[in-house]
Ligand binder design. Structure first.
Ligand code: ASP
Length: 585
């Protein structure tokens, strides 16, 4: 119906006849001449409806309202002197309309589309109107380009795109499943996949050699800002490979994805051991756009006259005393700000926040009186303290201290404006522990199909796995592992996880069976596509990168899902809803 898109015409087209289609973004009546900003996915162009040019077009233009659908035919001309709009791509021209059709009307809008302050619930209820915003269109335009770039690079490298089932059985990621009741088998359920993990391993056993899929995954978890109940992974698996091979493919994929967004990045990325990341940054997804590394100083408090500190220092396995040096921090942080930082870490379980200030005349701070001369000297040397530096201390149980000191590090970087938003700092985190022990229960840190490095080590917590995460700017964008391809190792891992033979058979029996039939060495990884797009578009809400997202309460406000269903549907599924009184919950 159109000869051009609105914002794709410019001063080089002056004099040309065009036919444009779109929505009335706005209209203004200037003493008889009506100006309409016509909008399509490319942007805006100004239409002029002057009765002197076309009486009919002008008459129709008087009936135009916001978001009416228009088809306009006319001639491109230069805007008059002083009438140009430098903010608009088409700001130097306008289209003099000789024929105008109102193709459709619009009801009064529930909100002004480009208003930045509209409540998100309303925007999600009328998501199709919200998506008319240029910024949102641009995100989906980029998302599409990234997906295509990823497909192309994987296709070039011999990866086959294979779809795996949505109606399936529980997968091993360990989150809560979404379940679908079976009509045919009374009382039985499908689970929606938390990832295609098992199927992609089965495809390797089938000899497909290289697989990928841009796959929907489902996890029924409590939602945080960067989570959705259904999300998308770029899922990859390959055979006869070492971890370096998977990492190389993954680097090619992110290079292509960033390239599609106009960023040049240069793999290979540096590698950091999980242990080092935790000790230096308090997290396994460190933001390396700034320094602020932590130093372990427990040994300097062994002889402390403060019993709390010396007791903490006496168990180096369970506890940590971390020093976080903030160069120039002494001049930056006032007493009040330091108090606020202390309150900040208290929220994450800290009982306080110690500090030292490096003054011209030497180290100052409330903890000094508990330390020996030698320890103080060693502290200054080890942290390489210079005048004006500030050092924060966290002391206590390892996990707790690493967590709150890691958060403190980020908070300080924010407050001191140390984060360069235009940089991407990639790092591979490697050599993860295979297991973590929580409340005496052994759990797989990645998933139970991850290959352990050496299973015959004493103490499950010492066993490392061949797993790797790709982290950029403090966000984990992908992760994977080399998998177990020998039945016997898989059984041993299940045993360490406390999964009985029956349970393993019941849950993953088909994989264990498949491992009996000549499984090749294989491994892979998955990227979170949504998070990747968030990074590339610098958006902080995952809902901005998903066309029809759910709220933090897992509702779709547009379709009103989840919703009640008719009794006969329930009957077909052999289900009955039990009303639970609020008080008894
Ligand atoms: N399936 C894993 C996950 O979703 C990724 C992988 O190991 O490939 O976390």
């Amino acid at each position: 119906m159109r000869t051009n898109y609105c914002a794709e015409i410019n001063e080089n087209d002056i004099g040309k006849e065009v036919e444009l289609c779109g929505w009335a973004n706005s209209y203004r009546d200037h003493g008889g001449v009506i100006f309409i900003d016509l909008r399509d996915k490319t942007g805006l162009v100004q239409l002029v409806c002057d009765p002197a040019d076309s009486e009919n077009a002008h008459k129709i233009a008087t009936r135009v309202r916001d978001e009416y659908v228009l088809i306009a035919k006319g001639k491109i001309r230069a805007r008059g002197e002083g009438l140009e709009n430098p903010k608009l791509k088409t700001g130097k021209i306008e289209v003099v309309v000789d024929k105008l059709i109102i193709e459709n009307h619009s009801a009064a809008l529930p909100f002004v589309i480009n208003d930045q302050n509209v409540n998100e619930e309303i925007r999600l209820k009328y998501r199709y109107l919200d998506l008319r915003k240029k910024e949102l269109y641009n995100i989906f335009n980029l998302r599409s380009k990234v997906s295509i770039a990823v497909r192309n690079v994987l296709d070039e490298q011999g990866f086959l795109e294979v779809e795996t089932p949505i109606l399936t059985k529980s997968t091993p990621e360990g989150a809560r499943d979404y379940l679908v009741p079976s009509r045919i088998y009374q009382g039985e359920f499908y689970a929606l996949p938390q990832s295609p993990q098992i199927f992609k391993q089965l495809l390797m056993i089938s000899g497909f050699d290289r697989y990928f899929q841009i796959a929907k995954c489902f996890r029924d978890e409590d939602l945080r800002a960067d989570r959705q109940p259904e999300f998308t992974q770029i899922d990859i698996e390959m055979s006869f490979c070492k971890e370096e091979d998977v990492m190389k493919v993954a680097e090619d994929v992110v290079k292509a994805a960033f390239g599609a967004a106009g960023y040049e990045i240069n793999p290979p990325f540096k590698k950091m051991k999980y242990h080092d990341a935790m000790e230096k940054y308090g997290t396994d997804r460190p933001d390396l756009r700034y320094g602020l590394e932590m130093t372990e100083v427990a040994d300097l408090f062994e002889d402390s006259t403060n019993e709390i500190f010396s007791t903490i220092a006496s168990n180096k396995y369970l506890n940590r005393i971390k020093a976080l040096k903030v160069p120039g921090g002494d001049n930056f942080f006032s007493r009040k700000m330091m108090k606020e930082l202390e309150n900040f870490v208290r929220k994450f379980g800290a009982s306080g926040l110690g500090y030292f200030q490096m003054k011209e005349e030497g180290l100052k701070g409330p903890l000094l009186k508990f330390m020996s001369e030698k320890s103080i000297e060693e502290l200054v040397n080890r942290c390489e303290l210079k005048t004006g530096d500030l050092v924060f201390f966290g002391a206590g149980e390892k996990k707790l201290v690493l967590d709150y000191m890691g958060r403190l590090r980020i908070e300080i970087a924010k407050q001191m404006n140390l984060i360069d938003e235009n940089r991407f700092e990639f790092v591979w985190i490697v050599d993860f522990p295979m297991f973590e022990v929580e409340d005496g229960k052994v759990k797989a840190l990645h998933h139970p199909f991850t290959m352990p490095k050496d299973i015959n080590i004493n103490g499950v917590e010492e066993i490392e796995s061949v797993a790797y995460d790709m982290v950029v700017n403090g966000v984990e964008i992908g992760g994977g592992s080399i998998r177990i391809h020998k039945e016997q190792i898989q059984e041993e891992v299940f045993k360490l996880l406390g999964i009985s033979e029956e349970e393993a058979k019941e849950k993953f029996g088909f994989l264990l069976d498949a491992l009996k039939f000549g499984a090749p060495p294989h491994g892979g990884l998955a990227f979170g596509l949504d998070r990747l797009i968030m990074l590339l578009t610098k958006t902080s809400s995952i809902r901005d990168v998903i066309a029809f997202p759910k709220t933090q309460r897992a509702q779709c406000l547009l379709t009103e899902a989840p919703n009640k269903v008719a009794n006969d549907q329930l009957r077909d599924l052999h289900l009955r809803i039990r009303e639970i009184k609020k008080d008894n919950q």
